[in-house]
Design a protein around this ligand. Structure first.
Ligand SMILES: Cc1cc2nc3c(=O)[nH]c(=O)nc-3n(C[C@H](O)[C@H](O)[C@H](O)COP(=O)(O)OP(=O)(O)OC[C@H]3O[C@@H](n4cnc5c(N)ncnc54)[C@H](O)[C@@H]3O)c2cc1C
Length: 413
């Protein structure tokens, strides 16, 4: 782990022994915790759920995020649960290949792998790392409000947790964000939803026409594009399951229900005129676990930092993004590294607000560009006939050294 556990920062001064409190232990909260612990800070996490459940499906990580995981010494653990993404192909809704991109070469140019894995497997890897570092995770602690002057998080049952600095990584429907803005702030529905499911590949091996989609050793991300819809498909878990995400106008989700179970027959009905190979795969969607997710994002915020400069947002809480960017988790991982690097530079607790101001300056422009790009991609792919020639916009964001950028940004005196 390329950290400063000896308490010595890169520019020679002794790292302050700060108490860091993190609210939420998704990918964002765990990443911030691991990065802060690596700097020698004392780290406590408050997590609302009493017990983790294996939610989510496949996610992609660009070189910007895999670099961090490798720096943390997690290459072996991550390799066990992921695969390299070597190609990306756009296909018309009737099945013709429209464009093809070589990500194996791109990955070599970037210098870091482009990986696909199950969100729950990545969460497990980060959780194991956090626990091995001795990070204290208090489960079943629902944070209701914050006090900003001397940073405090107060739970629904009245427990008060005080720290030198607090990071709220409480997800896209963040209660902390609402408190910062002074109003209930729900993410903005895009009007689209994603049907997400994992299909067992055992059920698909008997169809010769599906062989290209089941090649685990040379993985391709397949993207069908059509009017108002796009479909993303790739393998997970050593090729035992196919991750499928179908994006179209939302049907069953609403303000009260952001994720609902759906009957696979509904999905098949919507896509019955598409590439027959896709329809064959859809016929094997699991009856008990095909979910419709409401797709939301948000306008980039002006600041992620609370008044007095000692509490800040991290992860989806401050930059919920459409999945077409495939960067929600990547940006959350970057946030964690950024806050740890910046805090490691403060020479007294009075400088914490300057570090969090620099966090805003470093992170908001980058995340805003990714969020805007994601909206553009989703629109282009779903335009009439789809216009996939220019492919995935977010590839520019896969090459980025967040730790280096955080070390270079100026801290105000
Ligand atoms: C269809 C789809 C596909 C996606 N694909 C990709 C992809 O390919 N690549 C990628 O990088 N990202 C992808 N993402 C996004 C990615 O999953 C998220 O951006 C990422 O997981 C966000 O992590 P987080 O820690 O910020 O939030 P969350 O994972 O939501 O974690 C928040 C945590 O805070 C806890 N919490 C909430 N409220 C409180 C409270 N009041 N007190 C205490 N704890 C609280 C929650 O229990 C939870 O554990 C995708 C998302 C979707 C919907």
């Amino acid at each position: 782990m390329t950290t400063d556990t000896n308490g010595q920062s890169l520019n020679g001064h002794q790292i302050l022994p700060l108490d860091v409190l993190i609210v939420g232990s998704g990918i964002g909260g765990l990443s911030a915790a691991i990065a802060c612990k690596g700097k020698g800070f004392s780290v406590t996490i408050l997590e609302s759920t009493p017990k983790y459940s294996h939610v989510g499906a496949g996610i992609f990580l660009g070189g910007n995020a895999t670099k961090v995981l490798l720096d943390w010494g997690l290459e072996e653990d991550v390799r066990q649960v992921s695969t390299d993404l070597n190609n990306n192909k756009f296909i018309s809704q009737t099945g013709e290949i429209l464009s093809s991109a070589d990500y194996k070469t791109l990955s070599k140019e970037i210098g870091y792998p482009l990986l696909q894995m199950h969100r729950a497997d990545l969460h497990d890897v980060l959780l194991k790392k956090a626990l091995s570092l001795g990070i204290d995770i208090k489960m079943g602690q629902v944070v209701e409000k914050y006090e900003v002057q001397t940073p405090k998080a107060i739970t629904t049952d009245g427990k008060v947790y005080e720290a030198d600095v607090i990071f709220a990584a409480d997800g896209y429907r963040s209660n902390a964000r609402s408190q910062l803005l002074g109003r209930i702030d729900e993410p903005r529905p895009s009007g689209n939803s994603a049907y997400r499911a994992l299909i067992s590949t055992d059920k698909l091996k008997h169809y010769p026409e599906l062989a290209p989609f089941l090649n685990w050793t040379d993985q391709t991300n397949w993207v069908w594009v059509g009017e108002g819809c796009h479909v993303v498909l790739y393998l997970l878990r050593h090729g035992t399951v196919l991750n499928i995400v179908l994006t179209q106008a939302a049907k069953n989700v609403n303000d009260a229900n952001y994720v609902v179970k759906v009957d696979p027959a509904e999905v098949i009905e919507r896509y019955k005129e598409w590439d027959p190979r896709l329809v064959t795969m859809l016929q094997h969607l699991p009856k008990d676990n095909t979910l419709e997710w409401r797709l939301c994002d948000m306008e980039p915020m002006k600041t992620w930092v609370f008044p007095h400069g000692k509490i800040a947002l991290v992860g989806d809480a401050c930059h919920a993004v459409l999945p077409s960017a495939a960067q929600g988790a990547g940006m959350a991982i970057e946030d964690g590294v950024a806050v740890a690097e910046l805090l490691a530079r403060v020479k007294s607790k009075d400088e914490i607000p300057a570090a969090l101001k620099a966090y805003d300056e470093l992170r908001i422009p980058r995340c805003a560009s990714i969020m805007t790009g994601a909206r553009g991609d989703a629109k282009r792919w779903q335009g009439k006939g789809g216009k996939p020639a220019s492919g995935v916009t977010s590839t520019w964001s896969w090459e980025y050294d967040v730790a280096g950028a955080a070390r270079e940004i100026k801290l105000e005196e």
